[in-house]
Design a protein around this ligand. Sequence first.
Ligand SMILES: [Zn+2]
Length: 762
Amino acid sequence: MTNHLLANLIQTLTSERSHKPIRFDEFLDQIKTQGERIFRNIFQLFHDMIHFYISEVIDEYPGDTESIGFLKYNLDELFINDTEKPFFADRLFSNRLVNLAKSFRLSSAPNKIYVFKGPAGSGKSTFLNNLLDKFEKYVRHDDGLMYEVVWRIPYEEGWEVGPRRLDDIDGKSFLDAFGKEAKDGQHLHPEGVNFFEVPCPNHDNPFLLVPRQYRAELLRELVVDDGLRKRLFKHKQYQWVLKNEPCTVCNSIFDALTERFSIREIFAMIYARRYLFNRKQGIGISVFNSGDEVEKSHVRTNEKIQSFLNEFFQDSNKVKYVHSSYANTNVGVRALMDLKARNIQRFLDLHGIISDEVHKVQDIEERIRSLFIVLMNPDDFENVAKQSGQDSNELDTSMKDRLHEILVPYVLDYNTEIKIYTNTFGEQIKLRFMPHVLENFAKTIISSRIKGRSQAIEDWIEDDRAYTKVCDPDFYLLKMDLYTGVIPEWLTKEDRASLKAEVRKAVLAESEKDGHDGFSGRESLHIFNEFYTRYAKKRPITMRHLYEFFMDEHRHLSSKIPRDFLKHLTDLYDYEVLKEVKDSMYSFNDEEIRRTILNYLVAITHNVGDTFKNPYLNYEEFQVTSDFLDIVETHLMGYSASNYQRSKFRDETIAEYASVTLAREIKVEGKKIEETRQFLEMYAQFTKTARENVLDPYVGNSNFRCAIKEYETPDFDKYDTKIRERVKYLFETLAAKYHYTTDCAKVVVLYVIDNDLHRKFK
Ligand SMILES: [Zn+2]
């Protein structure tokens, strides 16, 4: 058993760890199938890494022609699962990050510093730590495949073949000259030959060692897949493959070797090994804190390698193995955790590197292509200006086109805010709240983070008076829904129709102003804790508790919350629960309504008291009663219709039935009665009224109210069947459709009845 486990462990560790360097011809072989991976620059790698960790993408409105691709990306794998401390990316931030990655996908190396800017307590450093941690894991994964050059220079007697030159290749294709022969050229590196390993300090892609003039031809021969070949030659992001030079160190090693070896032999010394990031060692990923010592010398050397090279080439000037610390993160990520103290100088240095592209390390030139990330607080720029002796406006202008800002504000999406609470206090907290109330707690917290009125919404909404009962006058509640990707169903038809792509873009663009003050992430957890400790025993926690808590003067919370926000939030809550209760009371089925309308259409051609056989219902017998006519007409015309209006309506209906429905639609056009315009209109109107007024017969009914209270108690049996069935149906639907427990359902139905909510929204 133990042996078996150990064997498994070794197996796993081996497949994870064995990244043995491969020969150059094997590397070329890999390009055939994996060229697209192998030729990624750091920006495409970043793009692929982000997509690798997206576990799910949800579009709540598929087919919406005005969609702006503001989707729900599940980034839990990147920021939450398997991390030391989770980071909660809300929908706005997730979209910002995914869009940034997408912009990387198709571009050549953008010459910019990526500044993630957000207030203290927005979780920036957790964000970066988790991102880089997952990046490190990704490049260890097959999907994160990257190669770098490592030279294996044999130093045994008998290996030297004498000087040959680069023009060995002339007149032949590169593969003829090198590739094919290299296969049997394996003998050049027979087992047991001792070699010295010299890694490229810049983590160059091995392909860069192919002389530039041969690369295009080589790729054409190697890559048989037409699509891939086209992309390699046409797409901007692959330009470097044909264009870039290897680093100065590799270049000089190559040159020095050509004096003594054939090209074939030189390529036999070039190996490709996995380029793995290691943040702790500063390889591929380097992160600096403001307190980190500024290194004394920017020049890095390696005594052992240098002395080997000196001895091997018998000349200490041929190859200078020097590089800067930037080389360690070439084709990698270099990040500053903040923009304070010593990091200010590092930031200015980065800016220099980016602007000049090439910098000097002693005598040699170094070219750096890294992803530079900087975290900063909104006011950090002032300090940078001070330290660099510039006016902050001046600095801003000089740096502007080199900086790309990505905002990391406080959470503005209430679903994410709830996720933070459940992550800290456990999923079970949800059980203590009435449906919607936890959500409303999160909305109250978020309301403190939103800034003032929204021009985009004001320009869009036709008439704000339509929303006085469901939204605050500044439309914070509407914004919050839109930030979450929800288009509220309480919007009027007109406003829903004019919610075009431009409007959505404008609203989301405005979101950049929000989330920079108000309750911080830490504060909100603290407030939630206090609230929960106080009310968890209430069972269930209702809107009243929320109101009581936030409005309590001793807590000083209300000053951060917009005026009357809780009142408007309660209005919206009332609207929502009324809708749910009504919807759960509504028990008409479609067939019942169909039969009613069909009987009505025939009944009005008869007198009250008559019995007829309905041709549309298999000649079933039906007796016309004034009660029946009354019920149907109330549904179709409303309660307030007078007798005169009713009889006029009846006459018009008969006339339309005879001349249009029957004479034209059924007889001429061959429609079924259910397909006629008259039937469909009546059907829709009846259903609408039935839903709207479903509560009316019950609100004043004290029997019904008591039955609600006594549901699932022995006393419930004393009510008559009709009420019992009604109440049972109500509770069951509330549970199935809206997740109300019996206790919560009792509370909500009584709340709706006792507060006359059906009248409030008439
Ligand atoms: Zn190199």
